[in-house]
Design a protein around this ligand. Structure first.
Ligand SMILES: O=[N+]([O-])c1ccc(OS(=O)(=O)O)cc1
Length: 543
């Protein structure tokens, strides 16, 4: 028995290649070859898969909240000013551009008592920048727009606004386009006020009295993301408080964006599509919700797997039990950007095309109530940022974790932990982005890795992985899960395959690459694959 346990321990130590507590805590063959970007405290880091710093930018502001590396090597980042106006989680106020060398080249404050950037910005293909902001409506304006006065519990109400700016000089802009949700409201509360109409028959407009169980505070919508899709010329927004995503037209003029006519899709700035909570437009109940405080919905770009579908991080707050998932959905389109909709119904689809969660596997650890992101990677992997815990991980198309990283920087005070220590007690990270090594921003740059972020780093296991497991790359196991047999293929010569059951007992050894498990019971098996030079352990599920 002891022998058996020892053998199992050896196998397990082969697959969990690192004892690290922070930084890169797991890495295996199949991790996407790219650089990960994230911002915490005043710093923005670009790291390789070993957690070594490739580049770093320093701002005077904490995140406010998103950050992007542009193709020209510049960094676009929102920062949080110390303003005491328009305050809620995700507040920002300043948008900055840094060059590759870390110099601040442009800084724009959208931060007055009446308006404040928050959460997201987005770099447009033409060099313009979309900025998400909350602007103040007085309670009397809100009542004139049809808000039930009993549903106003603070001194004002926030309109959500998107402006598109062309950066000018060092600190100014031309505002070239603008959209405001307050121009697209509906209400059935007071026929003497503006926007009176039938909510269920006007899903392109937002019911100003639907609070999704909220209390009527100023921050009733809490938009946390704006992502642009160039092919459709549309923007996807995410309302955390309503648990809805919305799509709007960006082809409009500012005047059309304030109306419900005009633009490529003929609806002005009205909602072209919405999904997540049909109760918001009286086409369902709370039981019909599919989203729970989601983040970062975006159209997967055309050159990637799942292109044209929407990927998002579905946080899973407001349901019992709480657990997060990553969803991919396909809004039905009659033509590109025109969403199929039948009057007096909810928007489709009913089901996701793909969902990753850990709840259905009996492990409900995967949960971030706030922030977070998921991004499709070119090789089929998905990079997930479980943001509340500063935990990033990459899954492959078999939903195996191929990389895990724990942000070692304290998001409250910027303190950096030492390798071996527990993760900082706060290491909240809004999003993680990953850029391919051939991304244009890296052309002609010095990409020599520096030290990892964490103090007292330990790269032993990452280094040993890069000379052992990567040598056998690429390796594939198909089908997995299997009903009986599966095939192992690799660019390297495979000379032996051993199969262990979950108790560490070797149940099979073969010199061939097709393995038959039909006489074995259902469950998880560990497959040790030997090449001339080394070996690698993989997991196979027998149904
Ligand atoms: O604490 N924050 O930094 C924070 C909190 C909430 C938040 O809003 S959310 O919609 O992204 O969860 C953003 C940032």
């Amino acid at each position: 028995m002891i022998k058996r346990l020892l053998l199992f321990a050896v196998i397990i130590s082969n697959i969990s290649v690192s004892q690290n507590t922070i930084g890169t805590t797991f890495i295996s063959e199949g991790v996407y070859d790219g650089y990960t970007l994230f911002t915490v405290s005043t710093e923005t880091y670009l790291i390789n898969n070993c957690g070594e710093v490739i580049n770093q930018w320093t701002s005077t502001f904490p995140p406010g909240n998103s950050v992007y590396l542009l193709e020209n090597g510049n960094l676009l980042r929102a920062g949080r000013t110390s303003s005491s106006d328009i305050t809620f989680g995700g507040q920002g106020g300043v948008v900055e551009l840094y060059n590759w060398d870390g110099n601040l080249i442009w800084q724009y404050f959208y931060d007055t008592p009446m308006m404040r950037q928050h959460h997201d910005v987005y770099p447009m293909p033409n060099g313009n920048i979309l900025i998400l902001a909350a602007t103040v409506m007085s309670n009397s304006e809100a009542i004139q727009a049809g808000r039930d006065p009993l549903l106003l519990t603070e001194t004002d109400l926030y309109n959500e606004q998107i402006i598109e700016v062309t950066p000018l000089g060092l600190d100014s802009v031309n505002i070239v386009w603008e959209w405001n949700i307050k121009d697209h409201l509906i209400q059935d509360f007071d026929a003497t006020k503006d926007n009176f109409g039938n909510i269920g028959l006007n899903p392109n407009k937002l019911d100003i009295n639907f609070l999704n169980g909220g209390s009527g505070g100023s921050n009733w919508l809490h938009i946390n993301s704006i992502q642009y899709n160039e092919e459709r010329d549309q923007i996807i927004l995410s309302s955390r408080n309503l648990s809805e995503i919305w799509i709007i037209d960006h082809s409009t003029t500012t005047a059309e964006a304030a109306s419900d006519t005009g633009g490529t899709y003929g609806k002005g700035g009205d909602l072209l599509y919405r999904w997540g909570n049909p109760e918001a437009y009286k086409q369902g109940t709370n039981a019909d919700r599919t989203l729970f405080g989601q983040h970062t919905p975006y159209f997967i770009p055309s050159n990637l797997p799942n292109s044209g579908k929407i990927l998002l991080f579905n946080n899973g707050i407001d349901r019992t039990p709480s657990y997060s998932q990553v969803d991919i959905i396909s809004p039905p389109e009659t033509s590109l950007g025109v969403y199929d909709y039948s009057q007096n119904t909810k928007y489709l689809p009913n089901n996701t095309d793909y969902t990753y969660d850990e709840f259905t596997t009996g492990n409900s650890d995967f949960f971030s109530p706030i922030v977070s992101s998921a991004r499709q990677l070119p090789n089929g992997n998905i990079l997930i940022c479980e943001g509340n815990q500063g935990h990033f991980f990459e899954i492959n198309s078999n939903e195996e974790k191929v990389w895990e990283y724990v942000n070692p920087v304290n998001s409250n005070n910027g303190n950096i932990s030492s390798q071996g220590d527990p993760p900082p007690n706060a290491n909240l990270t809004f999003r993680a982005e990953k850029y391919p090594t051939n991304y244009a921003a890296f052309d002609g740059r010095d990409l020599t890795p520096g030290d990892p972020i964490e103090l007292n780093p330990d790269l032993t296991l990452c280094n040993s992985l890069s000379v052992s497991e990567f040598e056998i790359h690429p390796i594939s196991i198909y089908p997995n899960p299997t009903n009986g047999s599966f095939k192992v293929s690799s660019t390297q010569n495979i000379n032996k395959i051993e199969v262990y059951n979950i108790l560490g007992k070797r149940v099979l050894v073969s010199s061939g690459t097709t393995i038959d498990l039909s006489f074995q019971s259902s469950g998880v098996y560990l497959i040790k694959i030997h090449s001339d030079k080394n070996s690698i352990t993989k997991k196979v599920v027998k149904n």
